[in-house]
Design a protein around this ligand. Structure first.
Ligand code: 5RP
Length: 218
């Protein structure tokens, strides 16, 4: 059932892909469906910029031309999934651990299109533990700082990000003001970034339910 929703929302995202475009591609199982859609029209686009090693590998396997973000003049569109989303188009991302490169791609994009199924929709962000990418040396310090903010940090065991860092998944945060919390956590020394996409939220959110794909725009 969820796989069907992922496929339909991935198909719907193709509306935003135009001929000769450079397409930013996120990470995760929903985006994997989008990669299959993109591969079907790979000769019509200039290429794709990947937000993770896993996505780059998948694009390569399907012979989609791969470009580095530094070789292009920004991204006209960036398509990615989310772990939680609100009707205000604010997100928690990073369940797959690719949050930092995803945040860079979103920042560099003219249009950030988020694709989810309806199980990801929430009124208030934070039931999904907030991923925080941390320089390994700062792990204990950042964990203590997160405890002071009322969260319970848990080290993601056996996981290293594409950037060589660790992830703290922070449980039980009360995310009343996502923009403020995003900034506050990012100010802790040793934090690379956190999975709140609130300041740079999505420009459009595509939500697949059992019957249709709904589009919300900023
Ligand atoms: C990876 C992400 C993904 O977008 C998020 O985890 C959603 O993944 P999925 O589509 O598999 O549910 O942020 O870092």
């Amino acid at each position: 059932m969820n796989q069907d929703k992922k496929q339909r929302v991935a198909q719907a995202a193709m509306e935003f892909v135009e001929d000769d475009m450079v397409v930013g591609v996120g990470t995760g199982s929903t985006v994997n469906c989008f990669i299959d859609e993109l591969a079907a029209i790979k000769h019509r686009i200039e290429g794709a910029v990947a937000s993770s090693v896993a996505t780059a590998e998948r694009l390569k396997q399907r012979n989609v031309p791969l470009l580095s973000l530094n070789s292009v003049n920004g991204l006209p569109v960036y398509i990615d999934g989310a772990d939680e989303a609100t009707r205000h188009l604010q997100l928690i991302k990073g369940g797959g651990g690719a949050l930092t490169r995803e945040k860079i791609a979103a920042a560099a994009s003219d249009r950030f299109i988020c694709i989810v199924d309806d199980t990801k929709m929430v009124d208030v962000l934070g039931a999904f533990p907030l991923p925080v990418e941390v320089i390994p040396m700062a792990q204990s310090y950042v964990a203590r700082e997160m405890l002071k903010s009322g969260g319970q940090p848990v080290l993601r065991q056996g996981f290293t990000t594409d950037n060589g860092n660790v992830i703290l998944d922070v449980h039980n945060l009360s995310i009343i003001n996502p923009v403020e919390l995003e900034q506050k956590i990012n100010e802790i020394t040793g934090v690379v970034t956190n999975g709140l996409f609130a300041k740079r939220r999505a420009d459009a959110l595509l939500i697949a339910d059992d019957n249709q794909v709904i589009k919300l725009t900023a």
